[in-house]
Design a protein around this ligand. Structure first.
Ligand code: ZN
Length: 463
């Protein structure tokens, strides 16, 4: 079904003309068919207005090969099978097609713009009607400069296993990726997608396998979606003696790699590796793989969205329920002396090629957090080595970095928790040959080993 609003009007007009040709022209019948057509228009409008996941269809488009521009493309209702077609009308999908040339296997697209929903840099499309063995030329244009144009695109034949294309060719305002596709369809994306449905499935599977893993609902998003989270705590010492850890990812919806880092960490925590077994017996770990679920489902960027993005929302009165829920849980734990470590997972800028930590400014760190932080960074340096090596130095996120630094997650945690609590943000690069699902998960596992190494010593001050 074509769901572009313009094409909906076109097809409704055509329908109107066709129905009129079929009907007698008497006044009675004219009145009857007018009422009928109005009802039909209302019904088709409603069908066209919302997608299955509740988003306005106007945000999404489908184009087929017979069309050489958005307007013409929008007129094609039912593309015949076997024609090159590109769509983004699904969960986390994004991309407006500007041109399709079936002969040359060319698809030109730009990331879908979502007003007030943050940077326009995420794209994720489904291409069908490919002649198996055909070379697809994907041109990505528009969006927020290089932020939406990684050196390599990600592609998948089944929507599950993702690989990199060879490096694309950068032209003035676009990048061109070329990939031979051995099948009738393929997905292309900015990076390996991690959708809300992936989080639901993976967390459910994890909780089913082990009695000490609990999947829970962090909160409901502003748009009413359930925000899934995981608690990992194998029986060991009683709760007040256990170390308390909160790890969140994807405060910025386009940073899909950070969710895969979170999943790599979870996968490691559930593994048989002795360090993982020891850690989950002495710590209670809460993990949220996607904070901004609404923009992830929508396929929007999230960063710098209105009124402020999730990572500028850590105030006394947060706008986003996810931020409020994590704040409340951390406050409660800290009151009970159970909070020890907070980590916020992100993806950085296009020129960053090594993982690095953002740390709170020196002047707000107290003892023993200062020493604890140095110890954590040392542990990270020893563990985060393959395939991505941790940068030599962390970066500071204070007033010089952003005047709103106090409203960022790790600053809020440092300013509101006991003086031994450590809070950092890990940035994992998305624009390297290792920025794949495997590469991200390897960073997540290394982060798990870092946490285990860190808790070999008690970070809490003595009695
Ligand atoms: Zn971010």
């Amino acid at each position: 079904m074509n769901i572009c609003p313009k094409s909906r009007l076109l097809s409704q007009a055509n329908l109107f003309r066709k129905i009129r040709l079929l009907l007698p022209s008497s006044r009675t019948f004219t009145a009857l068919w007018a009422v009928g057509v109005l009802l039909l228009l209302a019904a088709t409008s409603r069908i066209g207005l919302l997608r299955a996941d509740g988003f306005p269809a106007a945000d999404f488009q489908v184009f087929s090969a017979s069309c050489f521009g958005p307007e013409e493309a929008a007129g094609a209702d039912q593309p015949a099978s076997g024609r090159l077609e590109c769509r983004s009308d699904f969960e986390n999908g994004s991309g407006v097609v500007e041109r399709i040339d079936p002969e040359g296997g060319l698809i030109r697209l730009r990331p879908t713009e979502h007003k007030d929903r943050g940077w326009t840099c995420w794209w994720f499309v489904h291409v069908t009607g490919i002649q198996p063995g055909q070379l697809i030329r994907l041109e990505v244009t528009g969006g927020l400069g290089d932020w939406g144009k990684p050196d390599r695109a990600s592609f998948s034949l089944d929507g599950k296993t993702w690989q990199h294309t060879p490096p694309g060719q950068r032209l003035k305002d676009r990048i061109v990726y070329q990939q031979k596709i051995d099948g009738p369809e393929a997905y292309f994306a900015w990076g390996p997608p991690f959708r809300l449905s992936d989080a639901e499935r993976l967390l459910t599977e994890a909780a089913t396998k082990r009695p000490w893993v609990q999947k829970f609902e962090l909160c409901r998003s502003r748009e009413g979606r359930s925000v899934p989270a995981l608690r990992i705590a194998e029986p060991g010492p009683p709760e007040p003696e256990r170390f308390g850890v909160w790890i969140i990812a994807r405060q910025h919806a386009w940073e899909s790699g950070s969710s895969w880092v979170a999943w790599g960490l979870i996968d490691w925590l559930l593994s048989e590796e002795p360090a993982a077994q020891q850690l989950r017996k002495k710590a209670t770990l809460n993990l949220v793989p996607i904070m901004d679920v609404d923009n992830v489902c929508r396929g929007a960027g999230g960063k710098e969205q209105k009124p402020q993005d999730h990572n500028r929302d850590w105030s006394e009165r947060p706008h986003w329920p996810e931020v409020h829920a994590v704040q409340s849980a951390i406050r409660q734990w800290d009151d009970q002396g159970r909070m020890d470590l907070f980590l916020d997972l992100h993806n950085p800028g296009p020129i960053d090629r090594e993982p690095f930590f953002f740390i709170p400014p020196e002047e707000v760190l107290r003892e023993p957090a200062r020493q604890n932080l140095a110890r954590f960074l040392e542990a990270a340096k020893a563990e985060i080595t393959q395939p991505m090596r941790l940068a030599d130095k962390p970066r500071t996120a204070g007033a010089k970095y952003d005047p709103r630094w106090e409203r960022m997650s790790k600053s809020w945690v440092i300013l509101h928790c006991r003086p031994h609590v450590v809070a950092l943000c890990l940035e994992t690069p998305w624009n390297t040959p290792h920025s794949t699902l495997d590469g991200y998960m390897a960073v997540g596992r290394a982060l798990g080993r870092t946490i285990a190494r860190y808790f070999q010593q008690n970070p809490r001050p003595g009695p």
